[in-house]
Design a protein. Structure first.
Length: 55
């Protein structure tokens, strides 16, 4: 069984993969942002949104 079919059948696995992807992208995006030192707290609280779809 290929990974695509497995994601479709196992929603728990799909959610876990989504959480990992979200965590990695959130950390990467925070590192990419440059900001003034007075706004660093705001940067740490910012969270990107992700829409995932498995056809």
């Amino acid at each position: 069984m290929g990974p695509r079919k497995r994601f479709q059948l196992d929603t728990r696995l799909d959610r876990q993969i989504g959480r990992v992807v979200h965590r990695v992208l959130t950390r990467w995006m925070a590192k990419q942002l440059g900001c003034h030192r007075s706004r660093r707290e705001e940067r740490e609280q910012a969270r990107p949104g992700i829409i995932m779809s498995v056809p």
